[in-house]
Design a protein around this ligand. Structure first.
Ligand SMILES: [Zn+2]
Length: 288
């Protein structure tokens, strides 16, 4: 198998819904699925708390549609997992170098982008309402109960007011609109864009991708985002403490409700069963 990394075309344009790419290899997986590896892709591979894109790949000649159900990246190579819906004359022996058309599901891309951007927006709002001392942990941007974990303490009697303040701040920024940009930059420049330093998990030899909301400091992130936070539409926050009363700690849990007008929204009253808790190993939000 060709070991050259897949070109991540959405780094150049996060909102591309169609592209072309050449086949590198076709794999039959042990669980009976097929995987296509292409020289470039606009499909987002699951990671960084964001689910993968779905969609389909076709040859343009009407011989097949390959429905992409899941996308993963391993060692820089993107695997498009799915199934063929093929014509009678179709043979699954595809030729290396054959050019295919890629189509990403627009509704899912938009929803995932909004949920991911909402996570970053929450982080900005935490700074703006004086909760910068609560370090961000794991981000989960799936539609079944998105959240961002924060680690730290605030007085118990401030939890309610801080929740309201956060919600107001987030919705004010959504109303105002703030442009979102993303760029792959040399380490030093990336560091400057992020307020002078980068997290230790970013290698100094790397050229990280930095996502920036307006003039707020950027952060390394490989995900897809809205072009303007106005597209998030609204945010409803829900705080969920996973500490005992004594510790006066909290875990704000963001549920993307209102986020969802026009989309199937999660149940706002349901605690998130996937939240691993603040004592578990957590990774910084928005990591590459
Ligand atoms: Zn991110």
């Amino acid at each position: 198998m060709d070991s050259a990394p897949t070109k991540i075309a959405y780094f150049d344009d996060m909102w591309l819904l169609q592209s072309t790419a050449k086949l590198v290899s076709q794999i039959q997986t042990e669980d009976g699925r097929q995987a296509l590896i292409l020289d470039s892709t606009i499909f987002y591979p699951q990671g960084g708390g964001q689910p993968s894109d779905t969609g389909f790949i076709s040859d343009g000649g009407g011989n097949f549609k390959f429905f992409v159900e899941d996308v993963r990246m391993k060692d820089g190579i993107v695997f498009h997992y799915g199934k063929f819906d093929a014509s009678e004359t179709f043979t699954t022996n595809l030729q290396k170098g054959q050019e295919f058309n890629l189509y990403v599901d627009e509704l899912k891309l938009n929803l995932h982008s909004r949920l991911h951007s909402a996570g970053h927006l929450l982080d900005i709002c935490m700074q703006n309402v004086g909760l910068a001392h609560l370090g961000p942990g794991k981000g989960y941007h799936f539609s079944d109960g998105p959240f961002v974990e924060y680690k730290g303490t605030i007085p118990q009697n401030e939890v309610q007011s801080k929740q309201e303040e956060l919600e107001r701040e987030a919705n004010a920024l959504i109303s105002e609109g703030v442009k979102v940009s993303a760029a792959v930059l040399p380490y030093e420049q990336a560091s400057e864009m992020c307020g002078g330093s980068l997290p230790s998990y970013i290698s100094k030899d790397s050229i990280p991708r930095i996502v920036k909301f307006g003039n707020y400091p950027g952060c390394p992130c490989g995900g897809t985002h809205v072009g303007d936070v106005a597209e998030i539409r609204s945010i409803k926050q829900c705080f969920k403490s996973q500490f005992s009363q004594d510790s006066h700690a909290m875990d704000p849990e963001k549920l993307g409700e209102g986020i969802a007008s026009g989309f199937p929204g999660p149940d706002l009253t349901r605690p998130n069963p996937k939240s691993p808790g603040l004592n578990s190993q957590i990774q910084p939000m928005g990591r590459v």
